[in-house]
Design a protein around this ligand. Structure first.
Ligand SMILES: O=C(O)CCC(=O)C(=O)O
Length: 281
C-alpha cells in the first residue's frame, strides 16, 4: 500500500492511487496520541455499556454466540469533540475536496470494535454501493469511473494481521462489483492488509472489496470509520437530527459542509397552498 507521512501529502498522487492504483493509501501519524487516547476511551465506554449495535457486515459474528465480539458505536459527533476534529482534519479535507468535489459531505462517522476472538466481517463494498449486490436498484451502467465514496479508517489500536487489520483486494475498486461468496476464496488468498499503528489513517475508495478480519490478538481492535460522499448523495446517518442542542449553531464552516447544511436541495420551490389560492388545479 502507498504510505505517506502526514507532513508530505500530495493530494494529486493520492487521488491517482485511489482511482487507478491499489485503491488505498496509508497516511502515517495523522492524529496525536492524546486524540487517539480520548477517542478510544469514549468508544470503549460506549461499547462496553451498550454492547452490539452492528447493523450490517456481521460476518460470522452472529454464529456460535459470537454476536457480541464486533461492536459498533454510531453518531460519534455527539459523543466527543475529538470526533469533529478527526472528521474535519485539514489534510483529509484537502484531499477529499479534490477526490469528491469541493462541497463533499459526510455520510457517517462510527466506530468498529473487534474484540479478541471476534470473527471479522464478510468481504463487501461500502455505502452508497453497499447494496450493490442488487445492481438493478442502482442506475444502469453505474461504474467506478468517478467516486461516490471515500472511506477513512483511523486506527486506535495496533492494526496488525493478528489483530484483524482490515483486508482489501488492491485494484478491485476499478471494477465496481459486489463480491459474491464465490469470490471469497480469491479475496482471502490475494488480499492486502491495512496495517498501522494508532494515529495512522487509511484512506480508501470504498468500492474496493474489503472487510475487518478475525482478531486473534489479546487486545481489542478499535477503529473510527468515516464515510464521505459527494454533496448530492443522501447520507447513511441522519447526523443533524441526532446531534445535541447547540452543536449546529457552533459548528465550524467545515463541519457545516460535512453535515450538508449548506447544500440547499431538496427545497420547496412552490407550495400547494399558493397554487390552490389561485384556484388553479
Ligand atoms: O473495521 C474494519 O476493519 C472495516 C469495517 C468496514 O468495512 C465496515 O464496517 O463497513
Amino acid at each position: 500500500m502507498l504510505s505517506v507521512p502526514h507532513d508530505a501529502i500530495d493530494a494529486d498522487a493520492i487521488c491517482a492511487e485511489l482511482m487507478e492504483g491499489g485503491g488505498a493509501v496509508r497516511i502515517t501519524g495523522l492524529f496525536t496520541p492524546d486524540q487517539i487516547a480520548e477517542a478510544r476511551r469514549i468508544i470503549m465506554a460506549h461499547s462496553d455499556r451498550e454492547g452490539d449495535k452492528v447493523t450490517h457486515f456481521q460476518g460470522a459474528a452472529m454464529e456460535d454466540g459470537r454476536a457480541d465480539l464486533q461492536r459498533r458505536v454510531w453518531n460519534l459527533l455527539a459523543k466527543g469533540d475529538v470526533f469533529s476534529d478527526m472528521a474535519t482534519h485539514p489534510a483529509i479535507m484537502g484531499i477529499l475536496r479534490k477526490w469528491l468535489g469541493s462541497e463533499f459531505i459526510m455520510g457517517s462517522i462510527a466506530a468498529n470494535r473487534i474484540l479478541p476472538g471476534g470473527p471479522g466481517q464478510e468481504p463487501h463494498i461500502d455505502f452508497p454501493y453497499w447494496d450493490f449486490h442488487l445492481p438493478e436498484t442502482h442506475p444502469m451502467g453505474l461504474n467506478a469511473s468517478f467516486p461516490l465514496n471515500a472511506q477513512v479508517t483511523i486506527a486506535l489500536d495496533p492494526f496488525t494481521e493478528k489483530s484483524g487489520a482490515t483486508a482489501y483486494l488492491p485494484g478491485s475498486q476499478k471494477h465496481l462489483r459486489y463480491p459474491t461468496p464465490n469470490d471469497h476464496a480469491q479475496f482471502y488468498d490475494t488480499c492486502a492488509r491495512m496495517t498501522g499503528v494508532p494515529g495512522d489513517v487509511v484512506l480508501f475508495f470504498g468500492a474496493a472489496w474489503h472487510c475487518a478480519m478475525p482478531n486473534h490478538a489479546d487486545h481489542d481492535r478499535n477503529a473510527v470509520l468515516i464515510n464521505y460522499i459527494p454533496k448530492w448523495v443522501k447520507p447513511l446517518e441522519d447526523m443533524p437530527a441526532a446531534l445535541p442542542p447547540g452543536f449546529i449553531d457552533n459548528a465550524s464552516v467545515d463541519m457545516r459542509q460535512l453535515l450538508g447544511l449548506d447544500y440547499r436541495y431538496p427545497e420547496v420551490l412552490d407550495t400547494a397552498d399558493a397554487i390552490n389560492a389561485e384556484g388553479i388545479r
